[in-house]
Write a protein that binds this ligand. Structure first.
Ligand code: MG
Ligand code: MG
Length: 266
């Protein structure tokens, strides 16, 4: 666990900027979610993301990050995170995880979601629901006086109560002018342990939950993380500011009716 002295607290003005970045990437992810359907390729979704981000005067944070070549991570089924968008056509029954980051006026917002493609088997739908609930419970812990271990425990306790495993090899993170700042925020931990959470911290909390075991490996492209046992994985992420009175989810945007979020791709 990193030392809490390395965590960069943000001023009210900085959080205002992070809110703008968060709302932008939250809206982009909502639009991308609306595009997901059997037959669409994941590279089409990547291109739409990049266009929306640049049109809004922001930068796709992922593109070029340590050499990552795309604006979104597109991870299907047993792919956990960091998948490459490609000419793969999403098909009925897939689980599709989209992770997206933007940099706006020097600050980063980071958010991810797993979307069912068409009708997905009940067992996999439940994996998505529980992963989202893990994130909500983790968000509740993001308040002054709590500890980082409370966040990890909230995720681990719920995931494991359903027989799922939380990914150990990849974690959430502090976020600000850089996408990855201290501290690391594991999806496991012990209540009351780890650095104390203070107002002004901003965290990207991101449960990665596996239907099978927690072990992962990286494919030969050097990026795509898959489950070792080939079972599916779900991912849910928000950027959260710790305010005096509790968490503010900077990347949460209002849900819009399905029909109005399908964008035209011309
Ligand atoms: Mg992310
Ligand atoms: Mg992240």
């Amino acid at each position: 666990m990193h030392d809490s002295r390395m965590i960069i607290g943000k001023s009210k003005k900085e959080i205002d900027k992070m809110r703008a970045a968060g709302q932008l990437v939250g809206s982009v992810l909502r639009e991308l979610r609306g595009m997901v359907a059997p037959g669409i390729t994941t590279i089409e979704i990547d291109r739409a993301a990049e266009k929306m981000i640049r049109d809004a005067g922001a930068l796709p944070t992922f593109k070029g990050y340590h050499g990552f070549p795309f604006s979104i991570c597109a991870s299907v089924n047993e792919q956990v995170v960091h998948g490459f968008p490609s000419i793969y056509k999403l098909k009925e029954g897939d689980l599709f995880s989209i992770d997206c980051g933007v940099t706006l006026e020097g600050f980063v917002g980071d958010t991810a979601t797993t979307v069912p493609v068409g009708t997905v088997r009940e067992e996999w739908q439940k994996l998505i629901r529980v992963t989202e609930e893990c994130l909500e419970r983790a968000i509740e812990q993001c308040r002054p006086g709590k500890h980082l271990g409370d966040i990890g425990w909230a995720v681990q306790e719920l995931a494991e109560s359903h027989g799922y495993a939380v990914v150990r090899d990849y974690v959430g993170h502090g976020i600000g002018r850089q996408m990855h700042e201290d501290p690391q925020i594991p999806n496991y931990g012990k209540p009351g342990k780890g650095p104390k959470i203070k107002a002004g911290y901003v965290f990207a909390v991101e449960p990665m939950v596996n239907l099978g075991g927690h072990h992962t490996k990286v494919l030969s492209d050097g990026w795509t993380v898959v489950t070792l046992d080939g079972q599916p994985s779900a991912h849910s992420e928000h950027t959260i500011a710790i305010m005096d009175d509790g968490p503010e989810v900077l990347t949460r945007v209002p849900v819009v009716h399905q029909q109005s979020v399908v964008m035209s791709c011309n």
